[in-house]
Ligand binder design. Structure first.
Ligand SMILES: Cc1cc2nc3c(=O)[nH]c(=O)nc-3n(C[C@H](O)[C@H](O)[C@H](O)COP(=O)(O)OP(=O)(O)OC[C@H]3O[C@@H](n4cnc5c(N)ncnc54)[C@H](O)[C@@H]3O)c2cc1C
Length: 459
């Protein structure tokens, strides 16, 4: 059986899919949103729940207060010994993921989106070099096909559509296993509340014994500090289990009533080579739009949806729907966020090679301050000031290898950014050559710092 044809079918009702559906339906397109969960669970997700409010401001999204659990003045980062800390200024919030998702869903439904909840995408149907339909299975029901002019894969880190597209389509690129962090977190009503001086900060702890290749976090969820979101992420190299790390190191510190618990996977890498190909687009975690260093992906996934929806609408309007008419989405996304991600992906690999004593030394000697970390986070720049700071200290304390490494990291971060801006293909026909240069750059860097990327993910 095939259903009536839609203009756009969006796969996945996470923040990325919900937002893309909402924008496209607001522009008058017939949109179907396909989601495996029941409608009432849309939004429910394992997450740290923290987001800088600049993301909402940039999208001009007026988020209602009832979806916000708590507000932050900034992020506080602790050294492994917890003797040193840096405060990164910037307003943020802890959102209630379920309420936020339900609110976004209501916006979409109000604009006329057709929700097909409890529908699992199990396969795709190819036409002649385009995606003709998706095959879905209704929970407790039968299998059928849904056709559309265009499809948006917003199905998260394990993309339901992109993974089944022809391998020669660059949008189907597979990640390396170490491009993922794996995480576990709980929301706990704690017996011992968070100190009043800390309750207005999202707290990050750099401690590789607790979180190898990542960090652990404590994000208060109310002003009393009695409910917290606590968790950790580790590199996905097959050596560590985040749940076991949590049980060993964090559970004893956060006794109380567990309100929500679960594990998750975060793609911490540069974005997909292209967000669009033929009549298919990809957004959010499915397109690797997460910040590679801090793992935040709510804001950037919505940003990718906003950009893709705009180009898709124009292409549908013009009647020419392919990678050429959609290409501007890549240029805009890279300009707004992707180039920063590409640069931070280099830093991420380097940081995953650092030790607790490196972090301790960097923070003890005040090599970086909050403003520098803020710049690094917002622009992806490893400031000359940091290199200068290290070079001055090196003379006093002697860590020449660190200085050389930082210079190397900086030069590769700049090259990566360049590849995603001035050197990004002006036309889709150049993408294959460009992808080779990208792979060469990251492989070369990995080799120079001795970073094992592991194998490609098997889907
Ligand atoms: C532990 C953890 C902590 C995090 N902390 C933060 C944080 O503090 N701040 C932040 O900004 N980001 C954080 N992130 C990242 C953030 O949660 C994600 O980047 C963001 O939610 C991605 O949204 P999405 O819509 O792209 O994907 P998802 O939220 O994964 O949505 C995908 C949707 O697709 C559906 N789906 C999947 N497969 C199918 C299928 N075959 N058929 C039908 N439906 C399907 C799923 O059910 C899901 O609803 C964290 C992630 C994790 C795992």
């Amino acid at each position: 059986m095939t259903t009536g044809k839609y203009d756009v079918v969006v796969i996945g009702a996470g923040v990325a899919g919900l937002y893309a559906s909402y924008i496209l339906a607001s522009m008058g397109w017939r949109v179907a949103l396909v989601e495996s969960k029941p409608a009432g669970r849309i939004g429910d997700r394992v997450c740290g729940d923290a987001i800088g409010i600049h993301h909402f401001e940039e999208l001009e999204l007026k988020v209602p207060d009832y979806t916000i659990d708590h507000r932050y003045r900034g992020v506080k980062i602790y050294s492994p010994s917890r003797r040193h800390s840096i405060v990164v200024p910037g307003e943020g919030v802890s959102i209630n993921r379920l309420k936020f998702g339900q609110w976004l869903l209501k916006q979409s439904l109000d604009k006329g989106v057709t929700l097909l909840d409890q529908h699992v995408v199990v396969d795709i149907v190819m036409g002649d070099n385009y995606l003709k339909a998706i095959k879905v299975k209704k929970v407790g029901g039968g299998l059928y096909e849904i056709e559309a002019h265009a499809f948006i894969d917003a199905s998260g880190y394990r993309p339901a559509v992109r993974s089944k597209l022809p391998p020669e389509w660059p949008i189907s690129e597979k990640p390396y296993v170490t491009d993922y962090n794996i995480a576990y977190r709980e929301i706990v009503k704690v017996n011992r509340t968070v100190d009043s001086g800390e309750v207005h900060y999202a707290l990050i702890f750099l401690d590789l014994e607790v979180a190898p290749g990542g960090y652990w976090w404590l994000f208060p969820k109310n002003s009393e500090g009695s409910v917290v979101n606590v968790g950790l992420g580790v590199i996905n190299n097959g050596l560590y289990n985040p749940r076991m790390q949590y049980d060993k190191y964090l559970r004893p510190l956060f006794n109380g009533v567990v309100l929500h618990a679960g594990g998750g996977v975060v793609p911490t890498r540069r974005p997909l080579p292209t967000l669009v190909w033929r009549n298919v687009a990809s957004v959010g975690d499915a397109a690797y739009t997460v910040n590679p260093v801090h793992g935040g992906g709510i804001g950037s996934s919505m940003l990718s949806s906003h950009i893709v929806a705009k180009y898709l609408s124009n292409a549908l309007e013009s009647g020419v729907l392919n990678e050429y008419s959609l290409w501007g989405a890549n240029i805009d996304y890279n300009q707004a966020y992707g180039a920063k991600q590409a640069s931070l992906d280099i830093l991420r690999m380097y940081m995953q090679k650092l030790s607790n004593s490196d972090y301790e030394w960097i923070m003890e000697n005040r090599i970086v301050d909050g403003a520098m970390v803020y710049d690094l986070g917002t622009k992806g720049d490893l400031a000359e000031k940091i290199i200068h700071g290290v070079s001055t200290l090196i003379k006093l304390l002697g860590r020449p290898s660190l200085l050389n490494e930082l210079r190397l990291v900086r030069s590769y971060m700049n090259k990566a950014r360049e590849l995603y801006t001035s050197k990004y293909p002006k036309s889709p026909s150049e993408i294959y050559t460009w992808m080779k240069s990208v792979d060469a750059l990251y492989s070369e860097f990995a080799e120079r710092i001795g970073f094992e990327r592991g194998s490609l993910v098997k889907w």
